[in-house]
Design a protein around this ligand. Structure first.
Ligand SMILES: Cc1cc2nc3c(=O)[nH]c(=O)nc-3n(C[C@H](O)[C@H](O)[C@H](O)COP(=O)(O)OP(=O)(O)OC[C@H]3O[C@@H](n4cnc5c(N)ncnc54)[C@H](O)[C@@H]3O)c2cc1C
Length: 391
C-alpha cells in the first residue's frame, strides 16, 4: 500500500514520521507553523532504543556522527562533589548526546525537497471515509491520512479529542543551557530538591539542565542565568563554571509538564505521534526517542497492509489501529515511569534514601543496568521497514 500523508508539525517526531513514510514509498507533506524550521538551543540524549529506530530510518550513521557518548548515567554525584557511582576510564556507554538542532537537521536531510511547508499553522480538520482535509489560514490540503505531530499543546489533539485535559504541571521547573566547554564526560549531580545534568555535545560544547521543584508554573526571573547561578553557587565544579560560561541568551527556563494517558492515539484516519500523543517528563530522556519509535512503528504498520497500490480506507484504519495498540502501552508506561522518577529525584524527603541506595549498590550491578540492554526501555527493537525501491 502506498499513499499520501499530511504530517502536522516539523519537530523531531514529525520529521521522523516523514522520513519513515518516505522509506516505505509513501509521500508526505509536513505542515509547520514556524516560519523557519529550527530547534531551540538545548541538548538531549538518545538511548539504544531510539538509536536503533534511527538506524531503521536509514540515518543511523549520521546520528552516530552527530552524537557524543555521554557518561551521565555512570557518573552520579552529590552537590559537594562526592561520587555515588563513577564510570571507569574505558567503560563503554550506550547513550549519545546531541544538540537538538543536530538531531533535527539530520532528520530534515532525510525529507525530500518540497515536502515541507513552513509558516502554515493548522487550524481545522475534517475526515470522511475516503480521506482527511486539513485547513490552515488561507488554504487546505487533502490526504489519505494525517499524523498529528504538533507537540504537547497539539491542535490536532484538541480538535479530535476535545475532552482531553490540558498538559499537567508536574511541580518542577528547569533551567537549560549550552556552554562552550568541552571535555566533560557527562554526569548527574543529585541535590536535595533538584538535580543537575551535564552532557557533552558536538563541537566541544556542554549541555546542562537543572531540574528542581516549584510550587507553581510560570514564575520567571528578570535574569534567568543569574537565578540559576545563585541556586547552584555552592555546588561542586564545574557546575558554577558552566553556568558562568553560558551566554545569557543561551539560558532557557521552562516548566515541566506531561499529558495524562489518552484512551486512544487514533481516530479514523488521524493518528497522534510524539508529544502530541504522550508528552512526558524529561527524567528518563525518552520523549523524543519515543516519537522516533512511533514513526517507525507507524510506517511498519502501513507497510504491512496488503499492497493494493492505493491507500484503501479499511487498510489505513486497520494499520492505524495496530499502531495504537502497539504504541499506547509502551509510551504510557514510559511516561508514568518518567513522572515517578522525576518526583523521586527531586523530592527533598526522598533524597537521603535514594542517594544512599545508589551509593550502596555494587558498582558492577549499577553498570549492568546502564548497558544497551540493561533495562526494559532501552532493550526495545524496532520492526523492520521494507525499503521501497529508490528510497
Ligand atoms: C528539559 C527537557 C529535556 C528533554 N530531554 C530529552 C532527552 O534527553 N531525550 C529525549 O528523547 N527527549 C527529551 N525531551 C523530550 C523531547 O524534547 C520531546 O519529546 C520532543 O522534542 C517531542 O517532539 P515532537 O516532534 O513530538 O514535538 P515538538 O518538538 O513540540 O514539535 C511540534 C512541532 O509542531 C509545530 N506545531 C505546533 N502546532 C502546530 C500547528 N497547529 N500547525 C503546524 N505546526 C504546529 C511546532 O511549531 C513544532 O515545530 C526533553 C524535553 C524537555 C522539556
Amino acid at each position: 500500500m502506498s499513499g499520501h500523508a499530511i504530517v502536522v508539525g516539523g519537530g523531531i517526531g514529525g520529521l521522523a514520521a516523514a522520513v519513515a513514510l518516505r522509506r516505505i514509498g509513501w509521500r508526505a507533506t509536513v505542515l509547520e507553523r514556524a516560519g523557519e524550521l529550527r530547534e531551540i538551543g538545548a541538548g538531549m540524549s538518545q538511548a539504544p532504543n531510539a538509536l536503533r529506530a534511527l538506524e531503521e530510518l536509514g540515518v543511523g550513521g549520521q546520528a552516530r556522527a552527530a552524537g557524543v557518548p555521554t557518561f551521565s548515567a555512570g557518573n552520579l554525584r552529590l552537590p559537594d562533589g562526592r561520587y555515588l557511582q563513577r564510570a571507569r576510564p574505558g567503560d563503554p556507554t550506550p547513550l549519545l548526546a546531541f544538540h537538538r538542532a543536530d538531531l533535527h537537521k539530520l532528520l530534515l536531510e532525510g525529507v525530500p525537497d518540497g515536502w515541507l511547508r513552513t509558516g502554515t499553522e493548522v487550524t481545522g480538520l475534517r475526515q470522511d471515509e475516503r480521506g482527511v482535509t486539513v485547513v490552515w489560514d488561507g488554504g487546505e490540503a487533502r490526504a489519505d491520512l494525517v499524523i498529528g505531530a504538533d507537540g504537547i499543546r497539539s491542535t490536532v489533539r484538541r480538535l479530535l479529542w476535545p475532552d482531553t485535559p490540558p498538559p499537567r504541571f508536574l511541580g518542577r521547573t528547569a533551567w537549560l543551557g549550552i556552554a562552550p566547554t568541552g571535555g566533560l564526560p557527562g554526569s548527574i549531580t543529585m541535590g536535595s530538591g533538584g538535580y543537575f545534568l551535564i552532557h557533552p555535545i558536538s563541537r566541544g560544547r556542554a549541555y546542562w539542565a537543572y531540574v528542581t521543584t516549584a510550587d507553581r508554573p510560570e514564575v520567571r526571573y528578570e535574569k534567568e542565568k543569574a537565578e540559576a547561578a545563585r541556586r547552584l553557587a555552592a555546588w561542586h565544579e564545574p557546575i558554577p563554571e558552566l553556568i558562568a560560561a553560558t551566554p545569557d541568551e543561551a539560558v532557557i527556563h521552562i516548566d515541566i509538564c506531561d499529558l495524562d494517558p489518552l484512551p486512544s492515539y487514533v481516530r479514523g484516519r488521524v493518528a497522534l505521534l510524539g508529544d502530541a500523543a504522550h508528552a512526558m517528563s524529561p527524567d528518563r530522556g525518552q520523549g523524543a526517542g519515543q516519537s522516533i519509535e512511533d514513526a517507525v512503528v507507524l510506517a511498519a504498520a502501513l507497510s504491512g497492509e496488503a499492497a493494493t497500490g492505493a491507500a484503501a480506507g479499511g487498510a489505513i484504519e486497520g494499520a492505524l489501529r495496530r499502531y495504537d495498540t502497539e504504541r499506547r502501552p509502551r509510551t504510557q508506561a514510559t511516561a508514568r515511569g518518567a513522572r515517578a522518577d522525576g518526583r523521586r529525584t527531586t523530592a527533598p524527603a526522598a533524597h537521603r534514601v535514594l542517594t544512599t541506595m545508589i551509593r550502596l549498590m555494587p558498582a558492577a550491578l549499577w553498570r549492568q543496568g546502564i548497558t544497551a540492554d540493561g533495562n526494559a526501555t532501552w532493550r526495545w527493537q524496532p520492526p523492520h521497514l521494507p525499503v521501497a525501491p529508490g528510497r
